[in-house]
Write a protein that binds this ligand. Structure first.
Ligand SMILES: [Zn+2]
Length: 319
């Protein structure tokens, strides 16, 4: 099968191995959660076994692939393929994941951060097609970004460029980020902020249409809860979503002033809030950018639904 690519997406809860075609369509996929309980070596053998399995059942050989692309959450030093830190997988800090996987294959293994991988997938197969430069931002439990300049990922000195979630949007915020700083974008706007923002509004006396039994645990409020609220026109849910959008809008404005990209694509779980969310992000963005916007910028939601992580990982092999 000519033009087929192979990607591996290693996340904190799930791991996907897939073959995709030259249009970015998933041809076959193996999905597992079992990697989480494995040691470093155990996980590497498991992933390598699944790659070999998916090739075999599609009558392919390794040599049919240009490379194997791997996306993984965490700080990844791209040059030597080492996971520097990851909060998602226990024991994987300072782990040479690329070389460990490479020992199982003849074709090159390319490892990068999952947001970078998704950015490249978006550039090759999604909303970024036809652009030379673009930024992809993923908004879910955390926030990350990938920066494509002249058709290549911009990785910075270490490989950790695009850690957009740790840019600070509210230095005096009560919200402390997992990194220890106050007011990081991801502390204020993403999954980890939602229970706090929701509770704050309840304490201000705001009412919600969402069913809240007396034993309801506010810390369980997540993007899906608020999507339900949005769908039933719950004013409180809409306020929380608007607050998140406000901070993302500030973040995008900062990106715009720094890199002047023609396109910013938003993906990740919280973008399921759809047009309501996007419109509010844009409101803040355009308020701030005003007359400093000399050419139109496109801010849009990702059109890669579902398998963005593994499609992005496979796309890394085209860079
Ligand atoms: Zn932070």
């Amino acid at each position: 099968m000519p033009g087929v690519l192979c990607g591996v997406d290693i996340g904190g809860t799930k791991c996907s191995i897939a073959l995709i075609d030259e249009d970015g369509k998933v041809l076959d996929k193996i999905y597992t959660c079992a990697h989480v309980s494995e040691s470093e070596e155990g996980m590497v053998s498991m992933v390598a076994g699944h790659v070999k399995e998916i090739l075999q059942r599609n009558q392919m050989r390794q040599s049919d692939l240009p490379a194997i692309g791997v996306g993984c959450a965490g700080h990844i030093r791209h040059n030597d393929g080492v996971i520097i830190t990851t909060s998602n997988l226990e024991g994987f800090n300072n782990y040479p994941l690329r070389d460990a996987l490479q020992s199982h294959f003849e074709v090159p293994v390319i490892l990068d951060n999952d947001a970078n991988a998704q950015a490249y997938g978006e550039y090759k197969f999604g909303a970024g097609q036809g652009y030379n430069d673009m930024i992809f931002v993923t908004i879910s439990t955390g926030i990350g970004a990938g920066i494509v300049i002249n058709g290549k990922l911009y990785r910075g000195m270490t490989g950790t460029a695009g850690e957009f979630g740790h840019t600070i949007v509210e230095p005096d915020s009560e919200l402390v980020c997992s990194c220890g700083n106050r007011g990081c974008l991801m502390a204020c706007a993403c999954g980890m902020a939602l229970p706090y923002l929701f509770e704050k509004k309840l304490k201000e006396g705001k009412k919600t249409k969402l069913k809240m039994p007396s034993n309801f645990n506010i810390s369980k409020i997540n993007g899906q809860t608020l999507k339900k609220g949005l769908d039933m026109d719950d004013p409180l849910s809409k306020e929380v979503i608007s607050d998140s959008a406000y901070y993302v809008g500030i973040g995008l404005y900062n990106l715009f002033q720094t890199l002047n990209p023609p396109l910013i694509v938003l993906g990740g779980g919280l973008t399921n809030w759809g047009e309501f969310y996007l419109e509010r992000i844009k409101e803040t963005f355009y308020d701030l950018a005003r007359d400093m916007l000399f050419d139109p910028i496109e801010i849009t939601l990702s059109d890669i639904v579902g398998d963005a992580g593994v499609i992005g990982a496979a796309a890394l092999t085209l860079e």
